[in-house]
Design a protein around this ligand. Structure first.
Ligand code: SF4
Length: 372
């Protein structure tokens, strides 16, 4: 055992040690090693305070500053279909929700959103949708090729759920660069409480490993404060992410949707979500961490706070305004009435106010280990 670790252990065991001192040492250790044991993570998570959160965020900002400076990357989110064959219990566009007003964008509508996005300085398009069998692989591949042909300096991120290895490979070969697929929870038992029995954690993980092996920049993540979630589940999430070593990690508070089985569940908190963003930044110094729309939904300054906790990506909406309010994964989602340009410039003002700059850049993962 190293002298430093012995120091931590004896301090943790000392009855006179305050929880803050104990947690501060663990935050330092996390910054140094990018990992803690289950017990140590539990000590960090069991009782957070404003004091330890501020300390964590200051280190998280230091780490992100060293690698990404003051840049905040923007992703243009195009939600092209809200049809989905799945029935996840937490999701507002689940197939059983008869109140969802369904839509699909045509190829020209998607390309027109790309054109508007390019003028606004977006250099990454995120094509997101439910698991909608209407769009066959040929359609997706042609769409990717067309976007790449017209905007060769842009990255394409797909977020279209669980597919076969061959489908993932064909999208990659057509030019897709990145893929987002949150694992949602890394606990088998918890997974089954959030999803119907035809959806399994093992298949979700299989998809993530397939995506990595093909060569995508891979994003995963989880909901904070989802129904039945225990602190131990969050630790399983962190340990799974450590194993996966994704390039991007997206987390956001669970927010209930009125037409789902979880309609009356409580939302996840801003504080815990921010705290976990800080932890993730220290675990993954080089990662692309979005400050999500869900954070902005539970607090008017949620996205700014996410950046100040260590995030470095925001995803303004590029979907046509007519369909935005129909892509309602949870209640009260913000920015559903704004034009793309309004969202883009609103985000710029928000970032400038807290001392950050929006980058006109693909915003790729910056690899390598960070020695701060
Ligand atoms: S979470 Fe995704 S897969 Fe599940 S119902 Fe919603 S859109 Fe479909």
């Amino acid at each position: 055992m190293s002298a430093r670790k012995e120091g931590i252990d004896s301090l943790i065991k000392s009855p006179s040690t305050t929880l803050f001192e104990e947690q501060k040492l663990l935050v330092n250790k996390l910054k140094q090693d990018n990992l803690l044991s289950k017990e140590e993570f539990l000590t960090l998570l069991k009782q957070s305070s404003e004091e330890i959160s501020e300390y964590l965020f200051s280190l998280a900002r230091e780490v992100r500053q060293k690698i990404y400076g003051n840049s905040v990357y923007i992703r243009g989110l195009i939600e092209f279909t809200n049809f989905c064959k799945n029935d996840c219990f937490y999701c507002g566009i689940r197939k059983s929700n008869a109140n969802a007003e369904r839509y699909r964008l045509l190829e020209d509508e998607i390309l027109s959103a790309c054109e508007i996005g390019y003028e606004l300085g977006f250099r990454t398009y995120v094509l997101q949708g439910g698991e909608d069998g209407y769009y066959k692989d040929d359609f997706i591949c042609n769409l990717i090729s067309r976007i790449k042909r017209d905007y060769s300096d842009c990255a394409i991120t797909l977020s279209i759920g669980e597919r076969s290895y061959d489908s993932y490979l064909s999208y990659y070969q057509a030019g897709a660069d990145r893929y987002l697929l949150r694992h949602e929870t890394a606990s088998e038992e918890h997974y089954q409480k959030l999803h119907p029995s035809n959806l399994t954690l093992s298949n979700r993980k299989r998809c993530l490993w397939d995506l990595k092996s093909i060569g995508y920049q891979v994003g995963s993540g989880f909901m904070v404060g989802s129904p039945y979630q225990k602190p131990e589940n969050l630790i399983e999430d962190l340990l799974f992410l450590h194993e996966l070593q994704p390039h991007m990690v997206g987390i956001g508070p669970f927010i209930p949707h009125k037409d789902t089985p979880f309609a009356s569940e409580s939302a996840g908190t801003l504080e815990l979500t921010l705290y976990l963003i800080g932890i993730l930044r220290l675990m993954f110094p080089n990662a692309l961490l979005p400050s999500t729309t869900a954070l902005g939904t539970i607090h008017p300054l949620g996205r700014e706070k996410g950046i100040l906790a260590g995030a470095n990506v925001v995803m303004p909406n590029l979907s046509p305004r007519e369909v935005r309010s129909k892509y309602m994964l949870y209640d009260n989602k913000i920015c559903t009435g704004d034009e793309a340009a309004e969202c883009r410039f609103c985000m710029e003002r928000r970032m400038n106010k807290i001392g950050y700059e929006i980058a006109v850049d693909r915003g790729d993962y910056k690899g390598g280990k960070c020695y701060v």
